[in-house]
Design a binder for this molecule. Structure first.
Ligand code: ADP
Length: 713
């Protein structure tokens, strides 16, 4: 099945980069076709409105408004020039830094009144409003009031939504270029402020126009205002009376409500003086930021997944922080909406692509799994509910199968072990743990062998047949206990050997002697000799069969004789008296050394077999005239029997097999079947004791039997 790993695919870098690029291109297109600017304007305005304003006390400007109260008290607009002169005069007397007059003071019909105003204005730094007439020519202040030299335009550029966000640094009309009133007013405080022709200024309009320090013209004319507030400030004078004067909607003004133009100019002047002019970052910057942010989103998404709260928070707060930083440093709006757009677009693209691929893959996978468990429902359901249903069916099947498999494994006599590619145990059934003592490690069991044919591993007292299969992604081993099988096989071989070899020879001798008796006329003496040979061979046969049967019985763990407390010292002394005759015949001296209270729990007849065999061998394999030492003594909890001779000794490679049945040192001339020591060992083991040998070629051998002693009373 061509299932590919979605996780791996989504984790690779090119995919993230590609998605980020696509998101940025789509965002740029949205900009180009004009979808984003409205969003951007709204976001930017919101950020400006929520950011911190400037305290009234620190504002470098103040506004005097010819408001409804002033009109009510001093008559309708336009006011005569001598009243304006009075107003300006009292401002100038309060030591204002300058005056920005947002009133058009073109030629009037009353030269006398003009002169009064002219005199007052001559004494202050000033900027005077100018506007276009119907023909597009400037309506400048009358030449006596300053003419074009102090004139400044009082326009703001109205955006598509009716909001003024930009002010042209200069405006051209009939050959004369005039600076903006707010800029000219700012130059009254900072004369070196540059005026760049044709530049669009984007003041923050903070403080908001409605927060500009102001009072009514009537208060000034009444003399009821605080002149210290005017001192050192640039004073804007303009109209706010209902239905008169310019009205601007600015981003920081009351929502969608116009404010008097004079306040908007004053607000712009503060922004200009504070250097808070918003700039639109270049396309390069915007695209880079959009790409980095969008790529970052994909990157986090690759690592933490789609539903991760940390990733989500990082994206949300990161974007917001970026927007705030952008506005704080005077960058206009672009980051806020276009970057958000890039993020959202890239995230959407990502989710769509993945869910589409996941849907397709999960369909294929589901189909394969359903087929595998034999619950295929074709075609694969298209709805999520249908797929869930199918999955539930799969789960039921799998759980059922798992229960059956577990029961099977638990009930098996054979051990089953499964390792993964690294040799870590994935499964070990109870039989495996029982046979091995714990869950077997791969290295312990297999070593370097990897074969399906069983290998035999001896573990503790058990022989195990182990078959290992390489599954590609791991190994499977089947362990079978063959201890009993192997013991049976050994006994079969021993029995075969006894019959085919050990019994055959004496039997053929007996047959031969019998034939002699039958065929030949023998003298009475000869007949007796042959009969004695026959009896000797038959006796040997009998002994051999007896020993073999005893061995079999002991090997099977049973013995008919009763166990009793026996003093091994006394038992050995009694046997030595009998065995002494055979030793004496070969001039071999016995040197017994028998300790006190050497009691053991044993079957006396079996102990006799041990003594007879050990002492018998010593006599048999010792040169005539030598000495045999036989010691019995007791340590704390053991009774020891040592039989030491000074015969030929046993070669080292023979020591390992000396207790095996039918084993004889090659070249041994004395008769024997190689069963005596096997019987000794079996008897000693049966009594819970042990036997050791020390031997040196040419210097003899010492056999030590240790049996558990009976507690002294
Ligand atoms: P058997 O004496 O009937 O051959 P055993 O089982 O008693 O059988 O002894 C096995 C072999 O061990 C003997 O054939 C002999 O080669 C060697 N052996 C046993 N005891 C001694 C001994 N005391 N000194 C040297 N070799 C011995």
């Amino acid at each position: 099945m061509a299932a590919h790993d979605l996780r791996n695919q989504s984790a690779n870098l090119p995919r993230s980069t590609l998605l980020a690029l696509v998101a940025v291109v789509l965002t740029a297109t949205a900009w180009a076709v004009g979808w984003l600017p409205p969003m951007e304007r709204a976001t930017g305005d919101m950020l400006l409105r929520t950011s911190k304003t400037v305290d009234a006390g620190k504002q470098p400007v103040i506004a005097i408004l010819i408001d409804d109260g002033a009109v009510e008290r001093y008559g309708p607009l336009p006011w005569p020039r001598d009243r304006l002169a009075e107003l300006v005069g009292s401002v100038a007397a309060s030591r204002a830094r300058g005056i920005a007059l947002d009133l058009i003071l073109s030629e009037s019909a009353d030269p006398e009144a003009d002169r009064t105003l002219q005199e007052v204005l001559d004494g202050v730094s000033k900027a005077l409003a100018a506007a276009f007439d119907r023909d597009g020519a400037w309506l400048l202040p009358s030449s006596g009031l300053g003419g074009s030299s102090h004139a400044a335009h009082a326009y703001g550029e109205v955006g598509p939504d009716g909001v003024v966000r930009t002010i042209s640094a200069t405006k051209q009309g009939h050959g004369l270029s005039l600076p903006a009133l707010s800029l000219a007013a700012a130059r009254l405080l900072q004369p070196d402020l540059a005026i760049e022709a044709g530049v669009e200024l984007r003041p923050e309009f903070r403080p908001a126009p409605q927060k500009i320090l102001s009072f009514g013209a009537a208060d000034v004319l009444d003399g009821s205002y605080d002149p210290t507030q005017v001192e050192g400030r640039v004073v804007f004078i303009g109209i706010s009376a209902t239905g008169a004067g310019d009205q601007f909607v600015v981003p920081t003004g009351p929502r969608h409500q116009p404010v008097p133009g004079v306040l908007a100019h004053a607000s712009a002047t503060v922004s200009i003086l504070r250097g808070r002019l918003l700039r639109r970052p270049g396309w390069g910057w915007s695209l880079t930021a959009a790409f980095v942010l969008s790529f970052g989103i994909q990157w986090i998404r690759d690592r933490r997944g789609a539903f991760d709260i940390v990733a989500f928070s990082a994206i949300a707060f990161g974007t917001m922080l970026l927007a705030v930083i952008a506005v704080r440093f005077g960058l206009l709006l672009i980051p806020a909406t276009s970057l958000l757009m890039a993020v959202v677009v890239s995230a959407l693209l990502r989710e769509t692509a993945e869910s589409w691929a996941a849907r397709k893959e999960s369909g294929l996978l589901l189909n394969a799994v359903l087929e595998h468990v034999g619950a295929a429902s074709s075609p694969v359901p298209n709805t999520a509910a249908g797929r869930l249903d199918a999955l539930r069916r799969v789960q039921e099947r799998v759980l059922d199968e798992d229960t059956a498999r577990k029961a099977l494994l638990d009930g098996m006599d054979e051990g089953v072990v499964l390792w993964d590619r690294d040799g870590t145990t994935i499964l070990a059934n109870p039989a495996a743990k029982r046979l091995w003592g714990s869950a077997p490690a791969f290295a312990d069991i297999a070593g370097s062998t990897e074969t399906v044919d069983p290998i035999v591993v001896t573990h503790g007292t058990r022989d195990l047949a182990v078959a290992i299969t390489d599954l590609g992604h791991g190994h499977l081993a089947i362990l079978r206990d063959i201890t009993a099988e192997r013991a049976l096989e050994r006994r079969r071989q021993e029995m075969q050997r006894l019959v085919s070899h050990e019994l055959k020879t004496p039997l053929s001798s007996i047959a031969g002697f019998g034939e002699n008796l039958e065929r030949y006329e023998l003298s009475a003496d000869e007949q007796r000799r042959v009969a004695s040979l026959i009896r000797g061979e038959a006796q040997r046969l009998q002994e051999m069969v007896t020993v073999f049967l005893d061995l079999e019985q002991l090997g099977g763990g049973h013995w008919d004789g009763a166990i009793e407390a026996v003093d091994l010292g006394r038992q050995v002394t009694a046997r030595l008296e009998v065995l002494g005759a055979a030793a004496g015949a070969r001039q071999i001296a016995m040197k017994p050394s028998i300790g006190e209270d050497c009691r053991v729990r044993a079957v006396p007849a079996l102990l006799d077999r041990v003594v007879d065999n050990l002492v018998g061998n010593a006599v048999k394999y010792t040169h005539s005239g030598d000495t045999i030492e036989v010691e019995v003594d007791r340590s704390a909890d053991q009774v020891h029997l040592v039989v030491r001779d000074h015969g030929p000794g046993i070669p080292e490679d023979g020591l390992a097999h000396i207790f095996d049945r039918f084993f004889r040192i090659p070249g041994t001339e004395e008769t024997g079947a190689g069963l005596g020591l096997a019987l000794v060992k079996e008897v000693v083991n049966w009594h819970g004791g042990c036997i050791t040998i020390e031997s040196e070629i040419g210097n003899g051998s010492a056999f030590t039997v240790s049996l558990p002693a009976i507690e002294e009373v």
